[in-house]
Design a protein around this ligand. Structure first.
Ligand code: THU
Length: 157
């Protein structure tokens, strides 16, 4: 028998330690939380995706009275990016969230399983790692890639 060890490395950065490009993307993800439609959960999530054509697309969670019909911020943003700029490759992703207190969450919010799988498809299409920034109130988790959030993932396409 042998073991496979799956290791995820997370850099924890203060806001001062972000590069200007990272800081801009996180700021846009934070702003996107203001456009979330979350009358049921009151949990407002924003995502921003930097593309290799220089565009930054934003998305927020959009809930629906038929609960499963609602969509997370990450999927709103990645499907918007894919449908608006079908030839562009993803370069970096940022996610931020505010809770019922209306303030930004202290702990960064990681994407749900469905969003990880959706984002992974675009990382695979890009052909290189796409860093993911998960913004907390005072710190940002920087993951090196989407696949580091979804080890042993299904990418057979
Ligand atoms: N949500 C996101 O938009 N992204 C995440 O990463 C986690 C959860 C949304 C789904 C739902 O509208 C609300 O947050 C509460 O679960």
């Amino acid at each position: 028998m042998k073991n496979i060890e799956l290791v995820t490395s997370v850099e924890v950065k203060t806001y001062d330690e972000l590069t200007p490009q990272e800081a801009q993307l996180v700021e846009l993800a934070r702003r996107s939380t203001r456009r979330s439609y979350a009358p049921y959960s009151h949990f407002h999530v924003g995502a921003a995706i930097l593309l290799d054509n220089g565009e930054i697309v934003q998305g927020s969670n959009q809930e629906n009275v038929a609960f499963p019909s609602g969509t997370c911020a990450e999927r709103t943003a990645c499907f918007y990016a894919g449908s608006t700029y079908p030839d562009a490759k993803f370069k970096m992703i940022a996610v931020a969230a505010r809770d019922v207190t209306e303030d930004f969450v202290m702990q960064p919010v990681p994407p749900c399983g469905a969003c990880r799988q959706s984002l992974l498809q675009y990382e695979t299409l890009a052909g290189h790692d796409v860093p993911v920034l998960l913004a907390g109130r005072n710190e940002v988790y920087r993951l090196p890639s989407v696949k580091s959030l979804l080890p042993l993932s299904f990418t057979n396409f």
